[in-house]
Design a protein around this ligand. Structure first.
Ligand code: GTQ
Length: 348
């Protein structure tokens, strides 16, 4: 908008006068506030697992899980410095539990998922029920549920934490509590909930049906279940040109996303396959579980190695190229966006 010189100087004087009253003119800012399409401040970024693991193990020599409460290295997006965010709405971190350690019990409004990168047999306990965790298992600690982590094995356990910390911060609606005592009292044998809710069934009545919150009963999605499901799909279904063979994790209570703010899926892109370009409005975090290949994001090529983590902010154009069968885990804020009628995608 072209302004005459004296109009500009009178406006500037007016802005200066109103600033102490905490008033600012929209017309100077409108184009930056209401944009034709997403223009994320977040960058595309990849974290190499071995490098992050070295730093995490060094932290393990210096501070215990108990002292730290949660011994985690935050994966901070270079475009979102100081915000503890990997994309504007979501958080990611790598958590280490050494043999013999316990990360004390607490609960908070934020929803969390754990995706196991390394280790075998450590646990997350949810409201007093342990999920025994193995590589590439997905374990949830939904908002408001008591959780502690422990490692009774002789190997370190490392997982990726995915939380909705920035989303909850935006709404200014968080609460948190520490449990009095280290571990929540045991409420059920390990694996109880998976056995009852993880097979398209649920307890019909009685205390078994009442023990878990009705809206969010299941909290363990083992690799031993999702990987064969993906393989069976790859054998029998036609490969989707944009996403490969993809399966979304669901909440059995309502068939929707795993948690109110976070969606998650796994996909298999067959060896030699190249996906067609796609954009989606959800900020997405990927973990490479198996295989090798390349992802091209807005023209930038990133080589993919096992256990790398990379983020794709909203509306970046993504293409995958698989050298071998490429298996990926991903979580995103699609669940929130769909509830707010914001989610969109574009497929070439
Ligand atoms: O394990 O409860 O990475 O509360 C950040 C905040 C993990 C956890 C994180 C948390 C946790």
């Amino acid at each position: 908008m072209a302004l005459a010189n004296d109009q500009r100087s009178q406006l500037e004087a007016l802005y200066a006068e109103m600033a102490p009253a905490n008033l600012t003119p929209l017309w100077e800012l409108l184009a930056g506030l209401v944009k034709p399409q997403p223009n994320s401040p977040a960058h595309v970024h990849r974290w190499n697992y071995d490098q992050a693991r070295d730093y995490l193990m060094r932290a393990g020599d210096l501070i215990s899980a108990e002292q730290a409460e949660r011994r985690v290295l935050i994966l901070e997006n270079p475009g979102l410095e100081g915000q503890s965010a990997i994309v504007p709405s979501l958080y990611a971190g790598l958590q280490l539990i050494l043999p013999g350690e316990i990360a004390p019990c607490h609960r908070h409004s934020q929803c969390a998922l754990r995706f196991v990168m390394e280790g075998d047999g450590a646990f997350t306990a949810l409201d007093g029920e342990k999920a025994i965790m193995r590589q590439y298992d997905l374990v949830l600690t939904p908002g408001g549920q008591w959780h502690d982590h422990g490692n009774t094995t002789d190997q370190p356990m490392i997982w990726l934490d995915g939380l909705d910390i920035p989303t909850v911060r935006l709404f200014d609606a968080q609460f948190a509590e520490h449990f009095d005592g280290k571990a929540f009292p045991e409420s059920a044998p390990a694996g109880d909930t998976l056995a009852r809710y993880g097979h398209n069934m649920r307890p019909m009545r009685g205390t078994a049906a009442d023990r878990r919150p009705a809206h969010q009963p299941l909290f363990h999605y083992p690799y031993a279940q999702w990987r064969p499901a993906l393989d069976a799909m790859a054998k029998s279904a036609q490969v989707d040109p944009h996403v490969g063979h993809a399966l979304e994790f669901t909440n059995p209570a309502d068939g929707g996303s795993i948690m109110p703010t976070i969606s998650a899926h796994v996909r298999l892109i067959p060896a030699g396959f190249e996906t067609k370009a796609r954009r989606s409005s959800d900020g997405t975090i990927f973990v490479v579980c198996e295989g090798m290949g390349t992802v091209i994001i807005d023209g930038e090529e990133i080589a993919l190695l096992e256990r790398d983590t990379f983020c794709v902010p909203s509306w970046k154009e993504v293409r995958f190229s698989a050298d071998t069968d490429l298996v990926l885990f991903a979580y995103s804020d699609k669940a929130s966006q769909e509830k707010l009628n914001l989610y969109r995608e574009w497929n070439a």
